[in-house]
Ligand binder design. Sequence first.
Ligand SMILES: *Cc1c(COP(=O)(O)O)cnc(C)c1O
Length: 355
Amino acid sequence: MKESFSLDALLRDNIKKLVPYSSARDEFKGEASILLDANENAFGSPYSKNFNRYPDPLQHRVKEKLYKIKGVPAENMFLGNGSDEAIDILYRAFCEPGKDNVILVPPTYGMYEVSANINNVAYRKVNLTMDYQLDLDNIAGAIDPYTKLIFICSPNNPTGNSIRRQDIETILVNFQGIVVVDEAYINFAKQPSFSKNLAEFPNLVVLQTLSKAWGLAALRLGMAFASREIIDIFNKIKPPYNINQATQDIVLEALDNVDMVNEWIKEIVAERDKLTVSLERLPQVARVTPSDANFILVKLEEPRRLYNFLVDKGIIVRDRSKVELCEGCLRLTIGTPGENKVLLQAIHTFYNTTA
Ligand SMILES: *Cc1c(COP(=O)(O)O)cnc(C)c1O
């Protein structure tokens, strides 16, 4: 019989005891005409727009708009300086350096491991199976009482496939720690988001980002969706003003253009499927992993030589050919129709085949 989930038992002692920084904007809320509480420059900014006031620490307006798009209430939402900030906070909240551990399921996004190393937290790698799905038996075997987090990326980077929902639910139900489901590519997927299931799973953290489908990578805005209790912990740890005013302003405007983004997603998915079919026709291509993302992982002949050939033509793709379980593979991001055509033509030229 499984014990019930206890957030308190997972939290590090120092975080439990932490008294968060209380900013001027936390202590005064409401409308004021004279703000002399935060040592700002009351004259303005040496710029065409004023940025002299500290931004809203909890980004209420942005969250309200995201709620309308994602259906996740503000109290279940954390906004970070990219999802990478959320990943780092998860380690700092739950993992005692030199004592606790996390489970990673490679081949997957590299930041989980880097962030573990930065925080001096051990990780246990349980490779995905040959078809890039979770190896549930070996994951169960790797869990010990010090295992605090399991990172699952779905659709997975760099393989592009979605992880079976049933398997993620099995881990959510049976693991006493936090299950992080990274949905950076969910907008391109056929699968529904786990953000609809927060009430069911108190140990679920869903990560999303505006960096991929939303085309706002430079603004650095990542999201974490979780229970209110977990979000409160995120907010307690984060730097007080982690999302700057320029980002909040621009994101607020950009979020009005959902239709444009949805059109792009349709076009990217169509281009992805077209490029997949074209590549599968080449005898030098052994496999294109069916993708639910805006990139494809392609196993082909002479990957490194092809990579260099493409670089010489000014086309940069990601060489994953030395990564375990991705041997011989390049990862190709889907570009504009024109870019994809140039890429395909270059691959034909390299292999001396005709389109
Ligand atoms: C690109 C990517 C992210 C995005 O990170 P940001 O910091 O939000 O730009 C997160 N997870 C995965 C798996 C990614 O591929």
